[in-house]
Structures are given as C-alpha cells and as structure tokens.
Design a protein around this ligand. Sequence first.
Ligand code: PMT
Length: 400
Amino acid sequence: MGVLSGKEVVLGVTGGIAAYKACEIVRELRKESANVRVILTASGAQFITPLSLQTLSKNPVVMDLFNLISESEIGHISLAQRANLVMIAPATANIIGKIRSGIADDMLSTVVMATNAPVLLAPAMNAQMYASAAVRENLSVLRERGFHFVEPDEGELACGTVGPGRLADGGKIMEMARIVLSEKPLAGRKVVVSAGPTAEHLDPVRFLSNRASGKMGFAMARTACRFGASVTLVSGPTSLPDPPFLRTVRVRTAEEMFTAVTRAAEDADAVVMCAAVADFRAKGAAPRKIKKEGFDYRVELAPTVDILESLGKNKGSRALVGFAAETDDLARNAVEKMRRKNLDAIVANDVSRTDIGFESDNNEVRIFFPDGEVRDLPLCTKDGIAVGVWLALDGKLFRR
Ligand code: PMT
C-alpha cells in the first residue's frame, strides 16, 4: 500500500495552458487510491471543463465559494480540514501571489488559507513571469513558510518563449506528493545505494554482465529519499530514468562503480549495495572489435574489485548493507557473505524464482543481522520491500 492510499487530496487547478495536465495527475492519484477533490478556479475553467475532472476524480468539482449547494454539501472549511494534502497544479503567478499576500477571495485561496495540511505548489507560467522579481520573492516567502514546490521544467512554452516555466512532469509532481506525505525516519541521514548490473568489456562491442534491471536498487533509493535521507544512487547501465529529487551517478564497470561508491561513501551514514556487480572482467580488454576470423574463443578473466569487501575493511561508523542473490542454500550463503564482507546486514533474495528477484516488480526477502536476528519480508512490490528494509535497518542500525 502506497503512502497516498486512503489520503484526502485537494487538487487546485488554476488558469494556465497546463491545466489539461491536471487530468493525468487526478488519474495517478486515483490509481494510488487517494480520494481526490478538485477545486477548479474560474480561470482554470477557461482551459479545462469541470466534467473531465469530475469524471476522472469521481467527485463533484468545486468551483464557486458562494455556491449554496456545494457549500452545504462540502463547505470550504470542511474541505480544508479533511485534506491530508493540498496540491495546486498548475499554480499560476496569480494564485502564488494571492497565497503569499493572504488574499482569500475564491474557493481555492480560501481552502489554502484554512488548511493545516501541507500545501504543494507546481508553478507553471511564462518564463519572464517566472523570472520576475515579484514571483521570485513570493516563492521564496512561501518556501520559508513551509510550502512545498516542484520547480517547473525548462523548454519551449506555449507562448513561444523558451526557459523555465513549463509545468513539471506529472511523475515528478506525484513523487513530491509521496515525499511530502511520507514519515521521515531517515531525516538527516546520508545514504548511498547502488543498483543495476555492471558491464565489463571484452572489446568495444561485447561485454560480460549480470542480470539486473535496477528496479530493486532504484526502489531503495526512492524510498530513502521519501524517508528524508539525502541519497546518492550509483547505477550501472539500466533503462530506468534518473529518479527525481536525489543524486544519480551513472557508471558502467565495476571499477567505475567502486570509485563512485567509495567517493560518495566518505561522509555517508550507510551504504546499501543492491547492484549485481559483475564478478569477472576480461584481462586486458581488446581496444578494437575482436574479429571472429582467427579468434580462438578463449578469454582470460580476472576478478573485479569487490566493492563491499573493500569498504568493509575500513568501515568507520558507516552501516554497510549488502544484498545477496542466491539460487540455493539462501541463509547459509547470505550469512557467509555478511561475515566475509564485514557487513551490518544482508538482504537475501531467491533469484531462482521467476515471480521475484531479477527484473520482476516484486520481491520477497530475508534480512540477516550479525547478532543472529532474521527479519522476513513477505512477497510485495519492490517499493514495499524497500520500505520494510529501511525501517528494519533504521530500527536496528541507526538507533544503537
Ligand atoms: O535489479 P533487479 O532486476 O530489480 O534485481 C534485483 C537484484 C536481484 C539484483 C537484487 O535484489 C540483488 O540481489 N542484488 C545483489 C546481487 C549480487 O550481486 O549479489 P551477490 O550475492 O553476488 O553479492 C553480494 C553483495 O556483494 C551485493 O551487495 C553486491 O552488490 C556486492 N558485491 C558483489 C561483487 C562485487 N565485485 N562487489 C560487490 O560489492
């Protein structure tokens, strides 16, 4: 169950060309089982119809502060009080200015003033307006007051200008909503997470690698970010896009992953190695494509650097956590790796199963600790497993 599930979300839609994108946000919120109440401003209604938003949200769209029927059914104070989150996407310069100045002259500005819920604004406007002194100052005052923001994207705007002002991608806005609503057990922590495979080149065309889509490691990184940590994700080659609101370092080889992880680990509280680092590389990769003609099909291999083992030799106060991909004798092999690499915990998954482990959206894991404690996390999504792993690590490693 995701963090938005069962939450009351008020979505304010104001008057900009990006108002149509609110439909997608409503759908995403509904997909995550949030109850969505849309407030459409008068200018928002110039760009999108209440019927679209009502159909998608499955709730009446509220527009008029002084409408006797809607006010008696869901009054503005009740909307404000019941909300777990108020989002405004797109948020125009006008609504931002009104909120900053304490003007409450329509349903949306009144609800924002009357709510105790966190308020998340996704500004969208012309680039010059966004750069204007008034908007800059309003945003900075609202930030100080604890409002949350998703900065607009850069690009060509509907008015023809190019620059920052385009409503942020819906995925980014949704992720910020999850961040805002998540508990913060890792606040103040710095963590490094590795993900994906590494690729060890035989020549510029061929490489040795491991199976790994990166999904488990990306879920660990996203979840740590939602839990308030400052996160560096070091990822081998995957098709997954960089997750928003955290630092992603892309690498290819085990050696590059070693350099990036050890550098980021210097001031980290925890390193979690979820990557399936290739164990072998070709001794002396060919600088040019190996021709099939005359090739004897022998490749001499050399071991890659063991990143965790190296970090385990000079641990300091950092927590070191490994993942173990096992096909048999899971507990014995995982515990042996934990001891050999001097780890504080190891998360083991059975990669012989096709419903979990490599590439799957789901996983099921056993977490082993050096004191003999074992925690079992039953089959669920990789995001759910990541929540369980971080909570287990937090309770066991960070509070001692
Ligand atoms: O990416 P997905 O498709 O979502 O799949 C997720 C996963 C199955 C890859 C993931 O859950 C997982 O099990 N990751 C660990 C894979 C692995 O390499 O396991 P291992 O048992 O070979 O290694 C043990 C630990 O040592 C791991 O933390 C690994 O990152 C680390 N290691 C291994 C080799 C090496 N040279 N350096 C290392 O640091």
